[in-house]
Design a protein around this ligand. Structure first.
Ligand code: NAI
Length: 396
């Protein structure tokens, strides 16, 4: 079928298999162009199909020759209907990994459930024995509690007062004011339930109990801080409470993993265009201004460059460098004074008329469509494409 982008609000409901493969190839090429990585051997990535999780899987496999198991929740294709992007990304990743003799298998299902945890543990036991790196990179708007069956929804709201600021509709370039009403107590609790550390802890506990963690195993979950500008909607909002909880969970996981001398870390990453971040009001305008500034200052990175730096310059050093709250920081370039001062100045000026000039609206849009396999020069989008792609390492 001929596949074109079909957007609905912040998401694109179609995805292009060849374009997604190109996206994966570009990330593999980047990793192969860098000095090899050392450290991880058998890696589990939870949230492995898009964004930071996909980059973590690619960097582990093609940088360190690691065996990888990916867990994700993606929609398979049906005749005449494309799969979700993460499906095609995983198909391309596993095909290439197998071509190069690397172990790569995956499980598609709800990572919050007991069932998927048990299935993953069985696979590790059968195929790998033990794992030494667990990346926790889930981003989800909902979570069903595995014991009570209750379904929780996360929100992206400020806490205390309503918050008004500028945002951009990145499809039209229109800069407009947005007001977000404050969260209720229930919104806060629910967001922590979905995006906080509870499920990460459950995973680590289940893996430890099943005796599939190698001694000195490491686990990393991803967090975000960002500037004052976005604080009300991010770090001091409902999602920020969830990130506080996630960060606190790293310490609980350290205690849990003591008997295998394992370690739990949170890595604070840079703001990037992913399916999740596109949905947060105000953030797309911040990212458009940030990208322009970081590209001008030659500091720009995407997910793959970020994760390469996480593995190379942080996680596998003898002493893992952290901030005073124990967090790994690979948002250091984003948070540089000269970057943040420039973005704050641009923020004051940004309007519909000048955004394409003072901000990287085009870069934002390209990154967004790239997530779904569109806007790659290498791909002929007029050509007939087979949407029925299989994932070679998918476990039934
Ligand atoms: P993403 O939306 O690209 O990836 C989310 C992943 O989670 C996908 O693999 C998806 O299949 C999987 N997933 C979602 N629900 C699932 C479920 N119920 N069961 C199994 N898999 C499920 O997200 P992104 O942006 O890469 O986020 C990953 C982490 O990085 C999040 O914790 C996010 O807060 C954090 N982060 C993101 C930043 C950004 O700017 N995008 C910046 C810093 C941190």
């Amino acid at each position: 079928m001929i596949i074109a982008p079909k957007t609905r609000g912040f998401i694109c409901i179609t995805a292009h298999p060849d374009g997604c493969a190109q996206n994966v190839k570009n990330q593999i090429d980047y990793i192969k162009s860098q000095p090899p990585l050392q450290g991880q051997k058998n890696v589990l990535v939870i949230g492995a199909s898009t964004g930071f999780g996909l980059a973590s899987r690619i960097a582990s496999a093609f940088g360190a020759n690691a065996a990888t198991i990916g867990v994700y929740f993606e929609k398979p294709p049906a005749l005449g209907r494309t799969a979700s992007a993460g499906w095609y990304n995983t198909a391309a990743f596993e095909k290439r990994a197998h071509q190069e003799g690397l172990y790569a298998k995956s499980i598609n299902g709800d990572a919050f459930s007991h069932e998927i945890k048990a299935k993953t543990i069985d696979l590790i036991k059968t195929d790998l024995g033990k794992i030494d790196l667990i990346i926790y990179s889930l981003a989800s708007p909902v979570r069903t509690d595995p014991d009570s069956g209750e379904r929780f929804k996360s929100t992206l709201k400020p806490i205390g007062d309503a918050y008004t600021n500028k945002t951009v509709d990145f499809h039209t370039g229109e800069v407009k004011s947005v007001t977000i009403e404050p969260a209720t107590e229930e919104d806060i609790t629910n967001t922590v339930k979905v995006m906080g550390g509870e499920d990460w802890y459950l995973w680590m506990n289940a893996l430890l109990e099943a005796d599939v963690l190698a001694s000195n195993a490491k686990t990393v979950a991803y967090s975000y801080i960002g500037p004052k500008l976005t604080e009300p909607v991010y770090r001091k909002g409902t999602i920020g409470r969830a990130k506080d909880d996630l960060e606190a969970t790293a310490f609980r996981i350290n205690d849990l993993l003591q008997r295998i001398e394992g370690k739990g870390y949170v890595s604070v990453n840079k703001a990037l265009v992913t399916q999740s971040s596109s949905a947060i009001p105000v953030i797309p305008l911040y990212i458009a201004l940030l990208f322009k500034t970081m590209k001008e200052q030659e500091l720009h990175e995407g997910c793959i460059e970020q994760i390469y730096r996480l593995y190379k310059d942080r996680l596998y050093l003898k002493e893992v460098p952290t901030d005073d709250q124990g967090r790994i920081r690979i948002d250091d370039w984003e948070m540089k004074n000269e970057v943040q001062q420039k973005v704050a100045q641009l923020w004051e000026k940004a309007t519909t008329e000048n955004l394409s000039e003072i901000g990287d609206l085009a870069g934002y849009s390209t990154d967004f469509f790239n997530l779904f396999g569109f806007n790659f020069d290498e791909i002929d989008y007029k050509a007939d494409t087979n949407e029925m792609t299989d994932i070679p390492g998918l476990v039934d």
